[in-house]
Design a protein around this ligand. Structure first.
Ligand code: FAD
Length: 344
């Protein structure tokens, strides 16, 4: 019988972040699909009680904790040792991680120390004929594969946004403290600060937003009056993004223009790029504007559930089955109207 352990690094204030709640949601579903396999939660952080209390009603058989000042900062040596200690204390056969950078840094090392195997970017866990299967995408989200492994423990890293987070009433949890053997060499690395990339677009990238707004190169092209209007384009885009609390994406052509000496939107950088060589964000809805909808771009829309596009060209890529709704219209006029409606 499988035994599941969720390993979660708590937030700076000790709370459970969304990734941890999603991993717990996945573990609960897997436990049920396995006919009630036991699942446990292992928490790492300076103080883990707030997260443990938030997860008190999740149905875990035990909540284990590796806590103390050694685990306040994300650091390979101490994090890997803590994750390994939790896994050994649990003796779980399946270990589910939370898809954060802190977990991603240690998942493979931990699996190696345990003599197990690891799979990253997993987007779903299911049971088929009694065997656990993990789903993941290959070749930049073009092909989906399902795999199972016989090696145990099997460590999987769940991609954020793929599973419904567990939600339930908080309670008072008992945390079983797990000792982690550390020598001074494990404490050599110190995190001295955090820098957020701010290449202009950093603060407009909102992974939790309901809507992804994508700007294409058309915003900077010559319009009906024979002139480009990049300043107006930027005003309209940023106005919508602020009012709709949307996340801002871009096509590659638009962000490449900076290096090509063309009119540019200064609110965008390569961090905003969606597509084959960009990102594959996850949002319930997406609106593409002034973007042609070519395959290397649209492949980045794999996880956008409802897609709409605004384009002057009725034969653009979005019309070839890539969008649910295509508005054949001038995006300047459409967004002006939409922003006015959002102001009311
Ligand atoms: C290996 C490889 C990897 C790639 N990776 C990526 C990637 O990660 N992401 C990516 O985006 N691309 C990628 N590309 C490039 C991709 O193929 C396209 O070239 C790019 O997406 C085109 O960008 P665009 O649609 O913004 O611009 P364009 O193709 O120039 O389209 C502009 C559109 O704007 C419309 N338009 C103009 N004015 C208006 C208006 N007023 N109202 C409405 N519509 C208007 C036009 O009708 C046109 O359809 C990749 C290409 C290759 C070969």
């Amino acid at each position: 019988m499988e035994k599941i352990l969720v390993v979660g690094f708590v937030e700076g204030d000790g709370s459970a972040g969304r990734g941890l709640l999603e991993a717990v949601g996945a573990a609960r579903e897997l436990s049920a699909a396995l006919g009630g396999a036991a699942f446990e939660i292992g928490l790492v952080g300076e103080q883990v009680a707030p997260a443990a209390n938030a997860l008190a009603g999740a149905g875990a058989v035990r909540i284990l904790g590796a806590s103390g000042s050694d685990f306040a900062q994300p650091r390979y040596a101490t994090d890997a040792a803590a994750a390994e200690a939790l896994a050994r204390a649990s003796a779980a056969t399946l270990i589910v991680g939370t898809g954060t950078s802190r977990w991603a840094r240690v998942a493979a090392g931990m699996a190696h120390r345990l003599g197990g195997q690891v799979d990253t970017h997993v987007t779903g866990l299911a049971v088929e004929s009694g065997a656990v299967q993990a789903t993941r995408w290959y070749y930049r989200q073009r092909m989906m594969g399902r795999l199972s492994r016989t090696a145990r423990p099997w460590v999987v890293s769940l991609d954020p946004g793929t599973v419904a987070p567990w939600s339930g009433a908080a309670g008072t949890a008992t945390v079983e403290s797990v000792a982690v053997a550390l020598d001074d060499s494990a404490r050599r690395t110190q995190v001295t600060g955090v820098r957020t990339p701010d290449a202009g677009g950093g603060s407009t990238i909102r992974p939790e937003a309901d809507v992804l707004f994508v700007a294409g190169a058309g915003w900077t092209k010559k319009q009906a009056d024979g002139q480009p209007h990049p300043e107006r384009a930027q005003e309209l885009i940023l106005d919508f993004v602020a009012k709709a609390k949307a996340s801002l994406g871009s096509s590659k052509s638009l962000v490449d223009q900076k290096g090509e000496g063309q009119a540019v939107l200064t609110c965008l950088s390569h961090l905003n790029q969606v597509g084959q060589t960009g990102s594959t964000p996850r949002h319930p809805k997406g609106l593409a504007t002034c973007c042609h909808g070519e395959e290397p771009h649209v492949v980045g829309w794999r996880f956008i559930n409802e897609r709409r596009a605004v384009n002057l060209d009725a034969n653009c890529g979005w019309a070839q089955g890539k969008a649910d709704v295509l508005y054949v219209a001038d995006a300047f006029a459409v967004m002006e109207k939409v922003n006015a409606l959002l102001t009311k």
